[in-house]
Design a protein around this ligand. Sequence first.
Ligand code: NDP
Ligand code: 2IT
Length: 451
Amino acid sequence: MNKYLEEVLKNTRQKNINESEYLQAVEEVLSSIEPVISEHPEFEKLSLLERMVEPERVIMFRVPWIDDNGRIVVNRGYRIQFSSLIGPYKGGLRFDPSVNLSIMKFLGFEQIFKNALTGLPIGGAKGGSDFNPKGKSDNEIMRFCQSFMTELYRHIGQDVDVPAGDIGVGAREIGYLFGQYKRIKNAYEGGVLTGKGLEYGGSLVRKEATGYGLIYFMREMLKENDNRTLEGKRVTISGAGNVAIYAAEKALQCGAKVYAMSDSNGCIYDEEGINLDTIKKIKEEQRGRIIEYQKYHPKSKYFEHEPGSESPIWKIKTDIALPCATQNELTLESAKHLVENGVVAVGEGANMPCTEEATNYLLKNGVLVAPAKAANAGGVATSAIEMSQNSMRYYMTFEEVDRKLDNIMVNIFNSCKQSANQYNLGNNYVAGANIAAFSKLAKAMVAQGIV
Ligand code: NDP
Ligand code: 2IT
């Protein structure tokens, strides 16, 4: 590896010694931009990489709230304002007990590159809390969101930092957060959050955007490689949340068949093809568990997922695997099962769902990999379209937003392809995405001086 890259990596490891996910994300990017760094010795003099791996600002705060039994509970809140190079800080909020500084920083770091790929003016951020929404009443969720926003509001704004959803944060939570922001500020700043309800400034297609975008990217990637299509393909999708459900919906619309979906407890396999209406009913309406699918479709099979072990879903034979749950869910062991079973393509709907060893194994075995930064960027891109509509005070139709999303995903795929071609990397779109995003950010950083 190039000496400058090695030095930065070594220092980053030393400085962030306990942050394994953050270091994984940094290593993945730095290890693929070597050809660009070698072409630009001036980057070292400008300490460009040192600046890129250090967040502009890290905010951590106490979130006290009262549960339904009158007990005071204290959670920890975070907002990592990683980079404002190309626009206001932008990125989701995650409410999950696993949330810690390392996970927040990895997500914030990835977001900078993802947002750059969209071609829209948005910087990179992430936030959230170790609050566990599972099993909480609506009132508890509301009180938590209000307390969270009572601190967060002073750090955000429609031209400053614009949060949205992620794991554990959907339309319900965004509604409570927005209500509290508006109450504190006494101003209707619609563009301060995205993923809002359609009644009060949300955008059509935002709910569907990440999943739809993933399939648009997959369509382009398959077309580029031997003119393949989604028609008739076997698809397995991990997760049964926002990203997974709408990836399944678009895959079905494109003529593919979805055989398996999952949640953190296990996976459902339905030989007749997953019935998406049943999944929506269980997950969106009832906030239930995926095991309940068997009640409606007794012929389906359920495989339990032991905590900390490989997800059973990757052992199922498939043409296309879409990890849409969480980071590091697809391990080397899973990659080996997928390859054994003849997988053609893997599309990362979640952020960093494949471990580094898994990605390398897939690429080495000729599997097409759609990297998260590029393939799941449709969500944040549509968030930026929501911000535009809020500023214009004008709303687009479903078809208009969907067409823009589709164009953006085509452009993102083309950027990944062009960068991979430029550096003779074949169809390694993982490296292509990193190089395309980094090149843009590097130019912006040079242009803005020492910031
Ligand atoms: P949701 O909360 O809607 O759904 C998450 C799904 O993943 C649930 O089915 C959940 O199961 C499952 N899951 C979560 N944690 C784990 C785990 N540790 N092991 C196994 N399964 C797990 O979140 P989203 O669909 O919004 O997000 C999914 C992924 O996509 C995340 O990586 C997120 O960062 C990424 N993403 C989201 C975007 C968005 O716009 N929402 C945009 C781009 C990326 P359970 O209910 O059992 O916890
Ligand atoms: O990971 C992501 O890109 C998101 N959770 C969406 C962020 C956003 O601001 O819409």
